[in-house]
Design a protein around this ligand. Structure first.
Ligand code: ATP
Ligand code: MG
Length: 690
């Protein structure tokens, strides 16, 4: 084994995990390994060290599969691996870690493997991928075609239909079971749902499109075919997964297909942080992992938390201690000093925003960069008032989770054109594009798409079309663009300019704020330039879209400083010096949108735990005394008076400090964290001018 300096930093358990099964050059594969440990105990760090250690010990990086929760997390991991490996290999580390090409999400890796093996499983390698919205649109179309939406008003919406379908696929459960457990109000529709889903599956196949779930489903199916499974599995010597507690059954069957005896398989996670059961993730995957293999998988627990101060950790532990089911962990931190987390009582969401903006700026004065600070929330729309306040004060921010850049109609329109050219059988894309033409109705669009289908190609069909008189004006330019795209003269990413040249004149007619939308399209062009091909661009953008930035201030530059706004779900695995949690009140955490089953409430508790454990030095939990239900102020005065989240019962209040805001209201108590001023000179100065 290579005597590696980087190992010195690790504690004995971490080191054991890093070195597990790495005997020396040439023999680098050990039995299955599970690292299960609490937040901030260095799980992800240990995984990065392990990958680096594998590479240093001559494992082939191209044969390492590294699965993470987001593409961002994969990129971050690759950077860490390089830094660690460089301590032994010096500049050579870069070339080696660049070989780490199989690092990404389950869905992203699935898409690549399916393209590589498409022909063997009867797929056309040019398949396009539907995002959730496209999938819901297709399901909706089928619902209408089958006439179910007409006969009964209370028929499940397209969103519910997709959720049921997706749950059945990901949990590998029968429809009846899914409905009975999670969608009891749909129990009367079993037959109709079956008909819709069966038509949905057929439509996707006819159109050569895969939805998100298909990327896992087809992959899992592939692993069920011995010949193919062997071929795919033989690509990878090592398979490593972070955040294993948030995988579902389909994902675990893929893993076991890749590594049936567990040799070379490493999984890492924390059962107390499992927060994706609404996507059919099951904590059983991690709990059952050791016993799945004979002999049992090696299990390593990490107990030292390196992230948070002891007071923050103590409060987070107190919250999770009430959880009914979990691996007992005894998490401690050496960082003994620090402030207790603060429960900040504020009048409403406006004051909440005001407090945070003020505090964030004060922190920056104290040399805590904006990037070292984050505001976390249960639901993406909770940050509305805060975004307004930040914009007003010119504080740049980036928002993770929730609405994405790609969700906006104009971006989808432009991508739709590219998708239609890539795969003319993709009817959702085709429909979207054709309907942009003024005077072209749904019936004509459907007729054109049928013709495209029958002709087996885009151009022959489009050239044969006689557009209806009202669409005659815009048709020729559309056709001209399609011809140019098909001729492939512009190449990639030049063809995006062709599409924009066609689309931007339509913007004025389609949208009021054409100007800012045009700016988005310029940005899309810049993003496109960083991808090698149209296919890669479409796939990766659909699977992991870029996040939204503060619209008014314009997207902050990469190296610029900005505050992080994030849903708790998207904050997984990350850490900041200072963390603010919005709306730590009942109705938000736990959310009142769930059905309130015990499992759902427990998951909300874990969410709060995840949020709290993101903080290194300072943590504020915000308690607005009232808030707008679902943040929809427009609905009128739907103020709800709020109570502190039930996950912080009186018995553990001692672990927190209390504060209130605005200062006027808090005059008696003083500003949070500050001694009360003996003399208010500012007030005197103001009085002088009265
Ligand atoms: P989470 O459960 O939130 O994903 P995690 O267990 O993956 O957390 P990491 O993010 O890997 O934890 O590590 C938390 C912090 O602790 C990081 O800043 C990391 O650099 C630091 N850290 C990890 N191990 C050590 C160590 N042995 N010595 C010093 N710092 C460490
Ligand atoms: Mg982690």
């Amino acid at each position: 084994m290579h005597p590696a300096a980087y190992l010195d930093r690790l504690n004995p358990q971490q080191r054991r995990a890093v070195e597990h099964g790495i005997a020396g050059a040439g023999e680098v594969i050990g039995g299955p390994l599970l690292v299960i440990a609490g937040a901030g105990s260095g799980k992800t760090d240990t995984l990065a060290h392990r990958v680096a250690h594998l590479i240093v010990n001559r494992a082939d990086p191209r044969r390492i599969l590294l699965l993470t929760f987001s593409r961002r997390a994969a990129a971050e991991m690759a950077r860490r691996v390089e830094r660690i490996a460089a301590r032994v290999l010096g500049p050579d580390a870069r070339a080696l870690t660049e070989g780490l090409t199989w690092a990404g999400t389950f869905h992203g890796i699935g898409a690549r493997l399916l393209r590589d093996h498409a022909l063997a499983i009867g797929l056309d390698p040019n398949f396009t991928i539907h995002d959730r919205e496209d999938s819901a649109d297709l399901i909706n179309l089928i619902r209408h075609e089958l006439g179910f939406s007409k006969t009964e008003k209370r028929f499940p919406t397209k969103g519910t239909l997709l959720a049921i379908y997706s749950r059945a696929v990901n949990a590998e459960q029968k429809l009846e079971e899914v409905i009975g457990r999670s969608f009891p109000w749909c129990a009367g529709w079993n037959g109709e749902l079956k008909a819709i889903f069966s038509a949905y599956v057929e439509a996707k196949q006819r159109q050569n499109v895969l939805d998100y779930d298909d990327l896992l489903l087809y992959w899992a199916q592939m692993m069920g075919e011995p010949a193919l499974a062997g071929e795919v599995a033989s690509r990878f010597d090592h398979v490593l997964i972070d955040e294993y507690q948030d995988t579902n059954k389909l994902q675990s069957s893929i893993l076991l297909g890749l590594k049936p005896d567990g040799r070379g398989l490493t999984v890492v996670g924390d059962d107390a942080q499992s927060i994706y059961s609404f996507r059919a993730a099951t904590v059983r995957n991690i709990l059952d992992f050791p016993g799945h293999f004979t002999p049992r998988a090696e299990t390593i627990m990490l107990e030292q938390n390196y992230r948070s101060t002891q007071p923050i950790l103590a409060a987070a532990n107190a919250v999770i201690d009430f959880a009914s089911e979990r691996y007992a962990k005894n998490l401690w931190s050496e960082r003994a000093t620090g402030e207790r987390p603060v429960l900040v009582s504020v009048r409403d969401e406006i004051e909440q925003a005001n407090f945070i903006a003020t505090r964030v700026l004060e922190n920056r004065e104290d040399a805590i960069a904006l990037k070292q600070q984050a505001v976390l929330f249960r639901a993406a729309h909770h940050s509305g008032p805060l975004e307004v306040e930040l914009t007003r004060r010119n504080i740049p921010f980036v928002k993770f989770g929730g609405l994405k850049f790609l969700d906006s109609a104009h971006v989808k329109d432009v991508l739709g054109v590219l998708r239609f050219v890539e795969n003319p059988r993709d009817r959702v894309a085709g429909f979207r594009v054709l309907r942009l033409l003024s005077g072209l109705g749904p019936a004509t669009a459907a007729r054109i798409l049928d013709a495209v289908d029958a002709a087996g190609g885009l151009l022959p069909a489009l050239e044969a079309v006689t557009p209806p008189p009202r669409a005659e004006q815009e048709w020729p330019t559309f056709l001209a663009m399609a011809r140019e795209l098909k001729a492939n003269a512009a190449g990639w990413p030049g063809e995006l300019d062709l599409v924009r040249a066609w689309y931007e004149p339509l913007l004025e007619r389609l949208h009021e704020d054409a100007g800012s939308r045009q700016a988005d399209l310029v940005q899309l062009g810049q993003i496109a330039a960083s991808y090698p091909s149209r296919a890669r661009f479409l796939t990766e953008l659909t699977l992991d879209p870029p996040d939204a930035t503060s619209a008014e201030a314009g997207p902050p530059h990469r190296d610029e400083d900005y505050l992080i706004l994030s849903t708790i779900h998207s904050a997984k695995g990350q850490e900041w010096k200072s963390v603010f949690v919005l709306n730590a009140v009942d109705g938000c955490i736990p959310s009142d949108l769930g059905t309130g089953t015990r499992e759902e409430i427990e998951e909300e508790r874990r969410l709060l735990y995840v949020a709290m454990t993101r903080a290194k030095d300072s943590l504020h939990l915000m308690l607005p005394q009232r808030f707008f239900t679902h943040g929809q102020a427009a609905r009128g005065d739907r103020h709800v008076y709020a109570a502190r989240t039930r996950f912080i019962p009186p018995t553990i209040l001692g672990r927190f400090a209390m504060a209130s805001w605005p200062p006027a209201q808090a005059e008696m108590a003083g500003r949070p964290g500050e001694p009360r001023a003996a003399v208010d000179i500012g007030a005197r100065m103001r009085a002088m001018w009265k």
